[in-house]
Design a protein around this ligand. Structure first.
Ligand code: DON
Length: 347
């Protein structure tokens, strides 16, 4: 099949004309506009971004979790998955690293799937706090309310909202939803889990304080341990691209065909990524790219262009806000090259 670049109008005409648009799944919420981006253009765009930024030395690995400081800073991988579920990739896209804060998206998805969209809104909040991701001041200011699932107090409270009669049951669900999003069984990076568990006094304080404000039902020590484990799940840039694409196509993994979450939860998740996914720099990032994106201090980024693609990057050195320097630059270039910004779809 010849790849076609289809505008919305062109797409509808093509559908009406019965043209071959093989990768479109009419069962998906964005399907009417889910055109496959031509593979050649994707490969050229990711390769150009890789070549442009591979030698960029800006930023510094996170070191407040000692194991993250040990990861070679030169790693750089970019992957993109469109409607056909094919993974386009360049660089170190098979290198495992800890997912860190990116996991917050998928545990929030689990709670929404189990308990509905209102649950998080009522128990955790969905507002940007305007403060750093592990701010204690924000908890005090809002008495544990008006957090969101992507800052640490809200993320730990989100874990506390997963249904289960034992920590193991909750953990198995958390690992399963991450694996379903990635389309393969994921595992925990044990050295990172131990390293973070030995040094996470601040998160333990956050969980105790949230618990004092009655913000979640689970024992706070258990919740923070499960949260630490979820942040230590190993992924690759390839995995993140598939996970992002699962969100881009309404909760159905385009690589495996499996429905992971109901489409009704996706707009809310993307909205929280848009307002709180890049910490203190979220507004600037959204202004520049329009892409709902989530970062992790392990050096990963996942960006979503609804109905078009998911992008995953890995490059450990971070900027002052805690976001991967080369990952941001690469996604920004790819966004422009492939016209992915949801706020710039005018044709
Ligand atoms: O709780 C923490 O500090 C880490 N497990 C995750 C922080 C993180 O990834 C923030 N990201 N930019």
């Amino acid at each position: 099949m010849t790849d076609l670049t289809l505008t919305r109008r062109g797409m509808i005409s093509a559908l009406l004309a019965g043209a071959a648009v093989g990768t479109v799944d009419l069962g998906m919420p964005f399907s009417a506009f889910a055109a496959n981006i031509p593979g050649g253009r994707v490969d050229a765009a990711i390769k150009a971004a890789y070549d442009r930024f591979k030698d960029l030395k800006e930023g510094k690995n996170a070191d407040y979790i000692p194991a993250l400081a040990e990861v070679p800073s030169a790693y750089f991988g970019i992957a993109l998955v469109g409607a056909d579920g094919r993974v386009h990739e360049v660089g170190d896209t098979k290198q495992l690293f800890s997912i860190q804060s990116i996991s917050k998206v998928f545990t929030a998805a689990l709670v929404m799937q189990e308990s509905g969209n209102q649950k998080l809104e009522e128990t955790v909040g969905v507002d940007a706090t305007g403060k750093v991701f592990n701010s204690i001041e924000a908890i005090e200011q809002y008495k544990g309310k008006e957090m969101n699932p992507f800052v640490n107090p809200g993320a730990i409270a989100t874990v506390g909202n997963v249904k289960g009669s034992s920590p193991d049951e909750v953990w198995n669900k958390i690992l399963k939803i991450h694996s379903d999003f990635a389309g393969r069984p994921l595992e925990v990076n044990q050295p990172v889990y131990k390293s973070e568990g030995d040094t996470n006094q601040r998160n333990r304080a956050i969980s105790q304080l949230m618990s004092a404000y009655g913000r979640f039902p689970m024992d706070p020590a258990v919740a923070v341990d499960l949260y630490t484990r979820q942040c230590s799940i190993n992924v690759t840039a390839h995995d993140l691209a598939v996970m992002g694409a699962t969100l881009a196509f309404g909760g159905r993994n385009p690589a495996t065909g499996k429905r992971v979450i109901d489409p009704s939860h996706v707009p809310g998740l993307l909205a929280i990524m848009s307002t709180a996914g890049m910490y203190d720099d979220t507004g600037k990032w959204l202004y520049d790219t329009g892409l709902p994106t989530k970062s992790g201090v392990g050096g990963g980024l996942v960006a979503v262009s609804p109905g078009k693609c998911g992008i995953g990057t890995f490059a450990p050195p971070l900027d002052a806000a805690g976001n991967s320097v080369r990952g941001q630059r690469a996604i920004s270039d790819i966004n422009t090259a492939l016209n992915l910004n949801p706020y710039a779809q005018f044709s």
